[in-house]
Design a protein around this ligand. Structure first.
Ligand SMILES: Nc1nc2c(ncn2[C@@H]2O[C@H](COP(=O)(O)OP(=O)(O)OP(=O)(O)O)[C@@H](O)[C@H]2O)c(=O)[nH]1
Ligand SMILES: [Mg+2]
Length: 308
């Protein structure tokens, strides 16, 4: 490796649903972080590592920062989620702050407030460019953004890869300018800090977010109870935690159809991730109050302290 090799950490922050996880997956070229059209899909801090000959960029995907003043967001899990996101800003080389091309909302401004004291350069990513009605709307949005904060750079993008100019390569190049000259910190083929076991539990949770209606996904969690990579096919069992009996029957669905669809889709994604055939067994278990219970949250891997 040459001496001008660049290595550093980039945190991606923003309100829920702006496309942070989609962008991280796109930047590193692997599906590491789960995505859905619902807000608050990501619940954990997760690293995605991009490496080429000249640089290694470690992206930190974070849960969407949201107001806990709202009644629906008062549970312990919401405080844990915000704390995870905000603590991920400390000590990184660049912060990528993300909004969408629809323009600034109060929720975006709330996230911006938590960035005011960060020592790192803050770069604004304006995502979902494909949803912009006219390119003429972009310039005023950039001007308004510059007035709100001294962003180091402003990069419009389309993380989904829709539209002619998605700018994803350009974003990698802009970010590289802010990284120190240092040797790589991870093996060149490592793409995340998370275990397969964790990623599998997330792939099941992704299907709950994509397939269940209303508030139900927010009342669910997934725990992998058995994971045997040595067997063929790979044997995986997981429990889906729900808050009450009525939720259990909704997850299972009429004649088990809903659970079957969740299992089939999650299994296919697991097979893609592990590059092996997978046998996936899912159980639905009632665990009343898990989302407000510190011990349950800890056993699910929410490892931040939750005293504030
Ligand atoms: N049209 C369009 N949709 C996008 C784009 N990027 C992301 N999305 C969609 O926006 C939704 C939210 O994407 P996520 O990546 O899950 O958003 P997030 O910011 O990680 O959300 P949280 O984890 O809940 O904070 C998904 O339905 C994505 O497919 C984009 O460039 N264009
Ligand atoms: Mg996300």
């Amino acid at each position: 490796m040459s001496s001008d090799f660049k290595f550093g950490f980039v945190t991606i922050v923003g309100k829920p649903n702006v496309g942070k996880s989609t962008l991280m997956n796109r930047l590193i070229g692997h599906k590491i972080s789960i995505t859905s059209k619902r807000p608050q899909t990501t619940r954990h801090r997760i690293l995605g590592i991009y490496t080429d000959k000249a640089r290694q960029i470690v992206f930190v995907d974070t849960p969407g920062i949201h107001s806990v003043k709202r009644k629906s967001n008062r549970k312990t899990i919401n405080r844990v989620i915000n704390k995870t996101a905000i603590s991920s800003i400390e000590g990184v080389d660049v912060v990528c702050f993300m909004i969408t091309a629809k323009g600034w909302t109060d929720d975006d401004k709330l996230v911006l407030e938590s960035l005011r004291n960060t020592g790192a350069p803050v770069l604004l990513v304006i995502n979902k460019l494909d949803q912009l009605k006219s390119v003429n709307a972009l310039l005023p949005l950039i001007e308004q953004s510059s007035q709100l904060f001294e962003f180091s750079d402003i990069v419009p993008t389309s993380a989904l890869g829709r539209g002619k100019q998605d700018n994803v390569e350009h974003l990698l190049d802009v970010l590289t300018r802010y990284l120190p000259s240092e040797p790589a910190g991870f093996d060149e083929d490592q793409i995340t800090d998370r275990s397969f076991r964790f990623l599998v539990s997330e792939l099941v949770r992704e299907q709950l977010f994509r397939r269940l209606g209303d508030e139900l996904p927010y009342a669910t969690a997934v725990e992998v109870t058995n994971f045997d990579m040595q067997s063929t096919p790979v044997q995986i069992s997981a429990d889906i935690w729900v808050e009450k009996n009525s939720h259990k029957s909704m997850v299972i669905g009429k004649s088990g159809e809903s659970l079957k669809a969740i299992g089939t889709a999650a299994r296919k994604n697991c097979e893609q991730l592990l590059e092996k055939k997978v046998f996936l067994e899912l159980f639905v278990k009632v665990r009343t109050g898990w989302s407000d219970n510190a011990r349950d949250l800890y056993s699910l891997g929410y490892d931040e302290s939750i005293d504030s």
